[in-house]
Design a protein around this ligand. Structure first.
Ligand SMILES: Cc1cc2nc3c(=O)[nH]c(=O)nc-3n(C[C@H](O)[C@H](O)[C@H](O)COP(=O)(O)OP(=O)(O)OC[C@H]3O[C@@H](n4cnc5c(N)ncnc54)[C@H](O)[C@@H]3O)c2cc1C
Ligand code: FES
Ligand code: FES
Length: 1383
């Protein structure tokens, strides 16, 4: 006792000492940094954001319960490094580290959170570390920031701060993490640019593991690459040749020194230790929040305010309040009550407090499964399997599983629910929830009776959950959990299941069986009949078939089930049971050993069905050709160079449009969009909205002072809407929140019109097309079809794709107050077009409108056209109010309004011979253009021949006009769809001929040096053939194919497939006038150089390249050259940065400008060769020589004569080849890509190649946009629309750049490779198709079958027809409207 008091005393003294030191530190720093100027002395909430030199203590007096950390940091504290990507927890861009002092454990805990869902009031007493806090370019970078930047892990940089913070937090907790730790830490962070591999490459240098190749300053023993300059093992230069694998040097990394990390503020520690039992009360503008400290107080509050929701992680309530407008005047925060946070292990098992996070639960369970015998922890293992896939790390750190989710998500989808009932010990369902109210305590078993209906439980409103008991399993109990989602991790499941069987000891007789499904009904479903009828039966084949038969009747998935996929869900329900059956057989066999008490058995080739796919950290090789040894080391052209702004991006210093500080008097605009697909607007009534607080004005067609020519507010006379999501008007308010709320109060009266249709098929029926239609023809298709040995007529549908750039679209319009001048800070790929449209809308000349583009957080073609309309609307609002107006689309609105890649339907008739030669092909491409033409006419048939010389080839391009938001440009611009149809033709011909697909591809390929495309453009396919041959060779294609066949013959429920495709891709615009580039280069008297050009930096590294070019021509180091922004005032009339041509065009223009300057300086250089650059520049100034030059590049006169269907459509062609191997789970539809390799000609590698490929992986496998039968886009955020996460990257991804591939057309032998890699994702589609074919062949079904893109889990599973798919009867008798349409 005395000792304890003594230690407590020492403890107090120690922290008081720390406090003194801390304040002293603050005082000293204040002398230098005016620290105290930055303290806002208010009351109530205290938290601390660190900057790398000093901490910023924030005391917010008026903490609003509705304010989340993200907006607080960005707008109130001014820390804009933390980014907004989705606002709903689904992207990780807003990740920060929160540190709190845990009173019970007397330790500081660090964990990541999603700032967009974390209410600030729940952070009272917490320290928040943002990306700015760990390092900066002005002081010192943190090693995490340095390594992601140097490893090329930052392209557009928008995801980078979130990635950095996830990794930083991991290192705070574990300075030497494993690769698995990194995988887990980054699982909740999305990146749309890099393909993740470069990020992993940078971060794995922190690992101790052998595969990382870094020993962290010799701590692992042995020679250290960080100290002695040796290279990391993976990136060693090849001694034998000029081929290198070293993408970044490992010898100049800052070592990680955990002792340099800032300490947790002692005052917070003391504050937490001294915390009184008082509740905290926060009063906001509309919402109040109480955070009780005592359980009794919580119960009182609940009794008094039963309808007030409790929150802990806010990951369920938050999105509803923030994104869906659900209003709760009072919210109770339960996260301060220690009873709810307790975790205890008793004799029977685990008791988790209702406010324990999913991460805490996961950690506890992980510990116990290692320490406890296997048979007791079967339930925990099943739970763990589910927990590891559930959401991302940040969400698991915040969210509670036991209570929060149960209450709010007492519906089908919450994974935790189906698995939990299986962990009971004695009787069915004695996993219990302890519920408290002022009337006392009761325990409720967790079973299907807990749920009254969708979103409702039997818990009374005044009741509070205290804890959940999850007992050990018994020796003869077998438990499993299953789930299948669109993406293996970080995605809600379509169906999840928990199953448990208790077997009578020493027998194989079922004592009890419980099965729970989430995803087959409105709440958790138990198939009672099945569970009852199988009791007392032997666990054998009869039980299996009877079980499946019973489930067929028992599991009633309504065809109208929320989310659709009824047939798939039912198939999964039965397939999961089959898996469970086999798993139990296996485990029982292990348990009973040789006793042979059981008769159940199954063939060995069934075994693989039991192994779930393991998520691995992607590994791979990248090789490229080194520049010539003669090239000076300062000349970076052709060398892998870090992105010019990578350090700024990694430290959060890089500014995007929405990071710019508020302009005095700034307003916010929020779009009001149509909710009808085709209607006449009878009336727009903004009167209610105008009464809302903060509302300034409503703008609509009548407010456009200039021409409303792009109809951004519909036709002013006849107000028609032609799609859901069309902008009708916009509200302008003092703040974003006010504008968002007011927009909901604008009432629009419509008169619905006919016809209304959305799909390509319907457009064909209505003959609804845009002009012009395109046709290209080579040879005589009709005649050739008559001579072919076989004819195949078929079609393939390919769904569209959302750009999902991490930064949503937006603009700030700032009226200058004189001469109608206006500045726009805008996220556009085409500043000149935005300038032009804004000028037209305002009726003002372009010379008074200036667009500034610093950088974009990704574009991919989506920020060319639509952003101009948004800018015009925002400019109209700024003009009307005379104040600056900011528009920043929320993710859901961005997806709704701006649309994406065109869906395609390719219908074809092909003539082919037995040897696989294709003699003729007639293909019609129908694209869904949506309601307006936008850029759809450019999406053409020009890419259709890919690398194949089909002598008689006809392509027709038809753009269908439907009542959907207008589709627009997207990376590849019709290429990925056009090429896909041709590859489908090749694939199907190979299947029909019984030949390997790669052989059919091979024999149809262009080979002659002087070849001609179907539109008669000459080209040399040698590099394509080289890529193809080298790709197959490097991939050991034939060996792999044999291994795949062997695997397939010995595995019944898992199948593999392999596929390779070549590619020919045209670079440049087929509209010749777009192929131009312009630049302005200024040299200043101090010798520094400013390069400005017409391109847009969106992650592709256009500025980095421009600087390298200027450096080479001017012969000055890159450190003396700078690019500031793209500005229409500096470089006018610039072409869009698109078509993989921006860097080529701009690079040429920069070169031209620099050469002009060099010509002017040449006489001075020759006269005084001994002088320095600065001296020459000075001399030029005194001699009145202009040190400013414009550069111009007049690109090739590409054009297509559409009458003849021929012409020079592209500047040049890029070639490549890719091979992928996949494995599918025939029972669930899950797939895993474990190998991809591609070969592409390029001088040096950037992560752009892999980024494009991974975007293609998404396009062809998981990215699925869903439209309701009323034409409403339902997938409006990362929760519903899945782009590839880290778990989707091939386990082994190899990229080899073709050596000695020259390109005389582009600047310094570069190659346009921004777009082509997207198409390589199709190799995964075709490999999946081959794997499905193997499954079907084995079941005696045909290997020719339809499969549309993307090849989702649902499509894979349903194509692998078997006895279980037959049991899942069709969901509809035809009367039911489908859940969604293939548009
Ligand atoms: C991006 C994202 C991805 C996700 N992915 C998945 C996934 O893959 N699988 C999955 O299953 N789930 C997923 N979820 C859901 C997530 O698991 C739940 O949102 C979370 O568990 C809810 O916990 P919370 O503490 O944040 O809830 P809160 O929003 O804080 O509260 C939820 C509800 O619980 C009630 N409540 C809280 N505590 C108590 C108590 N002690 N007594 C009574 N009622 C209480 C509240 O009143 C409220 O109704 C995801 C969520 C997000 C945001
Ligand atoms: S912005 Fe917070 S997770 Fe996307
Ligand atoms: S660098 Fe990751 S989203 Fe752009």
């Amino acid at each position: 006792m005395l000792t304890k008091r003594f230690f407590n005393y020492i403890y107090e003294v120690f922290f008081s000492f720390l406090l003194v030191v801390h304040w002293l530190f603050k005082f000293i720093t204040s002398l230098f940094y005016k620290f105290f100027d930055r303290i806002i002395i208010l009351s109530f909430i205290v938290f601390v954001c660190f900057s790398s030199l000093f901490s910023l203590q924030v005391v917010e007096k008026n903490a609003d319960p509705e304010e989340v950390l993200l907006s607080f940091l960005r707008r109130k504290v001014g820390l804009t490094g933390t980014k907004y990507g989705c606002g709903g927890g689904g992207c990780g861009a807003c990740t920060v580290m929160v540190s709190t002092y845990d009173r019970n454990q007397r330790t500081v805990v660090h964990y990541t959170v999603i700032a967009c869902l974390q209410p600030i009031v729940t952070l009272h007493g917490a320290a928040v570390v943002t990306v700015e806090g760990i390092g900066s370019t002005k002081t010192k970078l943190h090693p995490v920031q340095e390594r992601i930047a140097k490893a090329h892990g930052s392209q557009c940089g928008f995801c980078t701060p979130g990635m950095v913070m996830s990794m930083y937090t991991l290192l705070r907790n574990k300075p030497q993490p494993t690769m698995e730790d990194i995988r887990e830490a980054l699982g909740g962070n999305l990146c749309r640019c890099t393909g993740y591999r470069p990020i992993i490459d940078g971060f794995k240098t922190f690992c101790e593991s052998e595969s990382s190749g870094c020993c962290q300053n010799g701590r692992a023993g042995g020679e250290c690459c960080l100290e002695n300059g040796a290279k990391g093992s993976k990136t060693n230069n090849s001694k034998e040749s000029d081929i290198s694998q070293e993408l970044f040097p490992m010898d100049c990394f800052l070592p990680l020194d955990p002792s340099q990390d800032l300490i947790f503020p002692p005052e917070l520690m003391i504050m937490e230790k001294k915390v009184s039992g008082d509740a905290l009360y926060f009063q906001g503008e509309r919402v109040n929040l109480v955070a009780p400290f005592k359980l009794s107080h919580l119960l009182e509050l609940k009794a008094e305010h039963p309808s007030a929701p409790l929150i802990v992680g806010n990951t369920t309530i938050g999105p509803k309040m923030l994104l869906k407008g659900v209003y709760h005047p009072l919210v109770i925060y339960a996260g301060r009550i220690s009873e709810l946070k307790a975790v205890t292990w008793g004799e029977t098992g685990l008791t988790v407090g209702a406010a324990c996070s999913l991460s805490t639960l996961q950690k506890e369970v992980e510990k116990v499964v290692v320490e406890t015998e296997e048979e007791k922890t079967r339930g925990y293992r099943a739970l763990l399997q589910t927990l590891r896939c559930l959401a991302g790390k940040q969400i698991r750190n915040m969210a509670v599983g036991s209570s929060g989710s149960l209450y709010c998500r007492s519906q089908d989808l919450f994974d935790f629910l189906s698995v939990c009932p299986q962990t009971e010990a004695e009787n069915i369902c004695n996993v219990v929830f302890l519920c408290l109210s002022s009337d006392g305590m009761r325990s409720i078993p967790l079973d299907e009776k807990l749920f009254a209906d969708f979103g409702k439980t039997v818990l009374r409103p005044e009741e509070v959950l205290l804890s959940i008991d999850i007992p050990y399993t018994k020796p003869w109990e077998f438990v499993a959990a299953y789930r299948q989602a669109q993406r293996r991790e970080f995605a809600f499941s379509f169906l999840n299941a928990g199953m448990k069987v208790a077997i009578k000891e020493g027998t194989d007789v079922v004592e009890s069986l419980s099965i729970y499904y989430g995803g087959v009904g409105p709440t958790l479903v138990k198939p009672k009949l099945t569970c009852q009828q199988l009791v007392s039966r032997s666990w054998g084949e009869d039980l299996l078939s009877e079980g499946c038969r019973l489930l067929k009747e028992d599991v009633d998935v309504s065809p109208s089930i929320h989310g659709g996929r009824a047939e798939f869900r039912k198939t999964l329900a039965i397939s999961f049971f089959f898996k469970f059956y086999m798993q139990v057989v296996l485990e029982m066999r292990e348990r009973v050993g040789k006793l042979r008490i059981m008769n159940a058995d199954f063939p060995l080739e069934y075994l693989s069905a039991l192994k779930p796919f393991k998520n691995e950290v992607p590994q791979g090789q990248q090789s490229f050709q080194l520049v010539s040894e003669a090239q000076p080391s300062a000349d970076l052209v052709g060398r892998p160079s870090m992105h010019q702004s990578a350090f700024q991006q990694a430290t959060g210093e890089a500014k995007y449009y929405d990071d710019l500080p508020l302009v005095q008097g700034e307003l916010f605009i929020f779009m009001v969009t149509s909710t009808r697909a085709h209607a006449k607007i009878i009336n727009i009534d903004p009167s209610e909205a105008l009464k809302m607080p903060g509302m300034v004005t409503f703008v609509s067609a009548g407010d456009v002072p200039g021409a409303n020519c792009r109809l951004w507010f519909n036709n002013p006379e006849e107000l028609f809407v032609v799609c859901v999501g069309q902008i009708i008007g916009a509200v302008v308010a003092e703040s974003r929140e006010q504008a968002r709320r007011a927009a909901k109060e604008v009432h629009v009266t419509y008169h619905d019109l006919q016809p209304v249709f959305f799909t390509i098929e319907d457009a064909i029926r209505h003959e609804s097309y845009f002009e012009p239609k395109r046709k290209v023809e080579r040879g005589d298709v009709d005649e050739a079809l008559k001579t072919a040995e076989h004819i195949l007529e078929d079609e393939i549908y390919m769904g569209g794709q959302e750009h999902f750039y991490m930064e949503t679209q937006g603009v700030i319009a700032v009226p200058k107050g004189e001469h109608e001048e206006m500045d726009l800070f805008v996220a556009t790929q085409h500043a000149a077009f935005t300038q032009e449209l804004v000028g037209m809308a305002l009726g003002v000349d372009s010379n008074k409108i200036t667009c500034h583009v610093k950088r974009l957080g990704g574009g991919f073609g989506g920020k060319v056209m639509k952003i101009a309309s948004l800018s015009a609307i925002t400019a109209v609002a700024a003009h009307k109010t005379g104040r600056a107006v900011r528009c920043c689309l929320e993710r859901g609105d961005d997806m709704l309004i701006t649309s994406g890649r065109h869906p395609f339907l390719g219908k074809y008739k092909v003539g082919y011979n037995n040897d696989g030669t294709i003699v003729a092909a007639d293909i019609t491409y129908y694209s869904n253009g949506g309601s307006t033409l936008d850029e759809s006419a450019f999406v053409t048939v020009l890419h259709m021949d890919n690398g194949y010389k089909i002598p008689n080839l006809r392509g027709r391009g038809v753009v269908c006009k439907t009542y959907l938001p207008s589709y627009t440009a997207f990376r590849g611009f019709g290429g990925p769809q056009g090429l896909m149809v041709m590859e489908s033709v090749l694939h199907e011909v190979a299947v029909r001929c019984g030949l390997p697909a790669e052989k059919v591809r091979d024999i149809n390929m262009y080979r002659e040096e002087q070849s001609y495309t179907h539109h008669k453009q000459p080209f040399n396919p040698t590099d394509m053939v080289r890529c193809w041959d080298e790709c197959l060779e490097r991939a050991n294609y034939q060996d792999r194919l044999r291994a795949v066949q062997l695997f397939n013959s010995s595995n019944r429920w898992k199948k593999r497939g392999i596929s390779a495709v070549p590619q020919k891709f045209g670079v440049g615009f087929s509209k010749g006038f777009c192929n131009q580039g312009a630049a302005l280069v200024n040299i200043y008297k101090d010798g520094s150089v400013l390069v400005t050009h017409g391109g847009t930096e969106m992650g592709q590294g256009i500025n980095t390249k421009a600087i390298q070019i200027a450096s080479r021509v001017l012969k000055v180091p890159v450190s003396s050259i700078f690019t500031k922004e793209t500005c229409t005032g500096n470089v006018p009339n610039a072409a869009p940065s698109a078509a993989s041509f921006g860097t080529d065009a701009v690079g040429m223009a920069v070169k031209d400008a620099c050469e002009k300057l060099m010509r002017r300086l040449q006489p001075l250089m020759e006269k005084n060769p001994q002088n320095t650059w600065k001296q020459w520049v000075n001399e030029a100034f005194f001699q009145k020589t202009s040190l400013s030059a414009t550069g111009f590049f007049m690109g090739p006169p590409t054009d297509v004569d559409w009458e003849k269907g021929e012409g020079q459509a592209y500047y040049y062609f890029t070639f490549g080849a890719c091979c992928s191997e996949v494995e599918i789970d025939c029972l669930t539809g899950d797939h895993k890509v474990f190998f991809s390799l591609f070969k592409i000609p390029k001088k040096h590698i950037t992560s752009k190649v892999e980024g494009g490929f991974v975007q293609g992986v998404g396009l062809y496998t998981i990215e699925e946009l869903q439209f309701s039968p009323d034409g409403v886009l339902m997938t409006r955020g990362p929760s519903q629309y899945k782009v590839p996460a880290l778990c989707d990257v091939p386990a082994e991804l190899n990229v080899h750049l073709l050596a000695n591939a020259e390109n005389p057309h582009a600047i310094y032998l570069s190659k346009g490779i921004g777009e082509p890699p997207v198409f390589f994702g199709s190799t995964i589609f075709f490999a999946i198709k081959a794997a499905i074919a193997a499954a079907r062949t084995e079941r005696g079904l045909g290997d020719a079958f339809p499969l549309s893109s993307p090849a989702t889990a649902e499509k894979i599973r349903m194509a692998c027809q078997d006895e279980f798919t037959k049991m899942a009867s069709p969901p509809t008798d035809g009367a039911m409207a489908p859940w969604c349409l293939d548009v």
